[in-house]
Design a protein around this ligand. Structure first.
Ligand SMILES: [Zn+2]
Ligand SMILES: [Zn+2]
Length: 178
């Protein structure tokens, strides 16, 4: 899935200048830009075509140890990484992204909320809808709760009104092991 505007469907563009931090924004300015949290003066590893949605952000791009510019790539392109993660059917890739990227580096609530408000999480009666309109699968809720960022875990707990670690009853099918 490409990173598009929830209002008009246009591909979001990466703001690099005249902004304190890298941010994704609809060229028609439908919605507030998504702040990636990464200082726009810091260089990251560039991938040709990434901003056009032509790069598959799978685990192979993030084998540890990650250099600092590669960590910043992960943070700037975290929406694309989350889209891949949610749709990934390869168990090894899914697990590597979780362990090497999401657990240590996912710390931006706006990014998570934007992705969870997109059709990447299918609407169903047993898929919980949060206060912000975000949707989450039970499996995904548990995985994202493994991240180190307390901001993210607080968002998951508060947005989805979870108590006792249970949310809904709809397990996301586990990716096929291989
Ligand atoms: Zn738009
Ligand atoms: Zn994958």
């Amino acid at each position: 899935m490409k990173l598009t505007c929830h209002q008009c469907g246009t591909l979001l563009v990466l703001l690099r200048t005249n902004t304190p931090r890298y941010a994704w924004e609809c060229p028609r300015h439908c919605l507030p830009a998504i702040d990636t949290g990464v200082n726009a003066s810091e260089p990251f590893d560039e991938f040709e075509g990434a901003e056009q949605g032509n790069v598959e952000f799978n685990a192979t791009l993030f084998w540890p140890p990650l250099s600092q510019p590669r960590v910043l790539t992960a943070k700037v392109f975290m929406p694309q990484i989350l889209y891949h993660f949610i749709e990934c059917r390869r168990f090894s890739c899914y697990n590597s992204i979780l362990t090497n990227v999401l657990v240590p580096h996912l710390d931006c609530v706006d990014v998570v909320d934007y992705v969870l408000r997109s059709p990447v999480v299918h609407t169903a009666v047993d898929v919980p809808v949060g206060k912000t309109g975000a949707r989450i699968y039970t499996e995904l809720w548990h995985r994202l709760n493994q991240v180190e960022s307390t901001k993210i875990r607080q968002y998951l707990a508060e947005n989805f009104r979870v108590s006792g670690g249970h949310v809904g009853s709809h397990p996301r099918p586990l990716p096929d092991s291989q």
